[in-house]
Design a protein around this ligand. Structure first.
Ligand SMILES: NC(=O)c1ccc[n+]([C@@H]2O[C@H](COP(=O)([O-])OP(=O)(O)OC[C@H]3O[C@@H](n4cnc5c(N)ncnc54)[C@H](O)[C@@H]3O)[C@@H](O)[C@H]2O)c1
Length: 333
């Protein structure tokens, strides 16, 4: 079966996306609508996160939107019923905030996941769940590339809360037969991400600076490696995992085996955008505290079991992202 045939399994399916008005959730929703699914989005529009109604402009008449919080047991009890697939993307992802105040991460990322899982256990045990955690769960890489069986030493509360949620999904999978797949996403960039501040989403922030013809500050000597991944590739990875029976119960890295340095990222953005400049700058104390060093994912497991691999080059992904924001900047700045 080729990849597109595999994705036909979503046609006519009833799908819930938590965090569905955010960056990844809205791109996922647009793709699912193209694939013929019936989609409901749950989002609490948490301040300074990526929730943006304009994100679903192309599909606004084809999706249902429920403005509620994943921590609301009553809403969840109702919203999980009858769903074939639930993509859990609602999360507190402000790394800087998590250093100042641990409770939003603990509350939203851990308790929110537990409430969703309990609701499924009681009201929809046959749903298939997909959770998007972070590669930050690994902490500093002991060896590159980082595979799923490497040591796990998260450096911050955000990363720890993501890991705890991931483990909750696995526990419910094994103890209660609530089928799930947990993913560890790398740094994702592309259209429909928040562009108002730089507390998360570094690649997109660099793109905003270049579009505004400003200076991109590259921390340290710019040589740190990351496996930046374009959003369309990310959405395809999430959907192909969900469509793969053997993927349930597993954890997968969703990354890119062509890492780039931050300096390469900045230079590519400036070249593609044709505007902006860059300079070196020292790490801020918050960044230094959470910086895990070089990181790029080993994606051999997802390639082998799911058949996914990234398709877009860094320059190609950046070109599409720049085009989008140049056109729709007023909705994001
Ligand atoms: N973007 C990345 O690079 C990346 C990398 C690794 C992991 N992730 C994870 O993927 C998920 C989605 O990330 P994103 O980049 O789309 O972020 P985003 O901020 O754009 O979207 C998250 C959405 O969740 C909503 N939300 C937050 N708390 C909620 C709550 N309690 N109830 C209901 N809705 C709530 C927000 O309003 C927002 O619309 C997050 O859990 C994030 O930690 C993202």
């Amino acid at each position: 079966m080729n990849l597109q045939e595999k994705l036909s399994c979503f046609e006519g399916k009833d799908i819930l996306i938590t965090g569905g008005l955010g960056f990844i959730g809205s791109n996922l929703a647009i793709r699912l609508i193209e694939l013929g699914a019936k989609v409901t989005l749950l989002d609490a529009m948490i301040e300074d996160h990526g929730g943006n109604l304009f994100n679903i402009e192309p599909i606004k008449d084809q999706v249902r939107v429920n403005f509620s919080d994943v921590r609301d047991e009553n809403s969840l009890r109702y919203l999980v019923r009858g769903r074939d697939y639930i993509f859990h993307l609602a999360g507190q992802n402000d790394h800087v905030l998590s250093l100042q105040n641990p409770f939003p991460d603990i509350d939203i990322n851990i308790k929110g996941a537990a409430i969703l899982l309990e609701a499924c256990k009681r009201y929809n045990p046959s749903a298939r769940l997909i959770y998007t955690g972070t590669r930050g769960e690994y902490g500093p890489a002991v060896k590159l590339p980082v595979s799923e069986d490497m040591p796990i030493n998260p450096k911050g509360i955000y990363e720890l809360s993501s890991l705890t949620a991931q483990k909750l999904f696995q526990i419910y999978h094994h103890n209660h037969a609530i089928r799930s797949i947990t993913l560890r996403l790398t740094n994702i960039y592309g259209q429909r991400a928040q562009m108002k501040h730089n507390r998360f989403g570094v690649a997109n922030w660099f793109i905003r600076l270049a579009i505004d013809n400003e200076t991109i500050k590259v921390f340290g000597d710019g040589s740190l490696l990351r496996d930046f991944l374009y959003i369309d590739d990310t959405v395809e990875a999430i959907l192909l995992c969900a469509a793969t029976e053997e993927a349930y119960g597993e954890v997968f890295n969703v990354g890119n085996d062509h890492p780039s340095s931050f300096l390469e990222l900045a230079k590519t953005i400036i070249e593609v955008a044709g505007t902006g400049r860059w300079e070196f700058a020292p790490f801020s104390p918050e960044r230094a505290a959470q910086e895990p060093g070089h990181f790029y994912s080993d994606i051999s497991k997802i390639r082998r079991i799911v058949g996914w691999e990234p398709k877009s080059s860094l320059a190609e992904g950046i070109r599409k992202t720049v085009e989008y924001y140049r056109q729709y900047k007023t909705h994001y700045w």
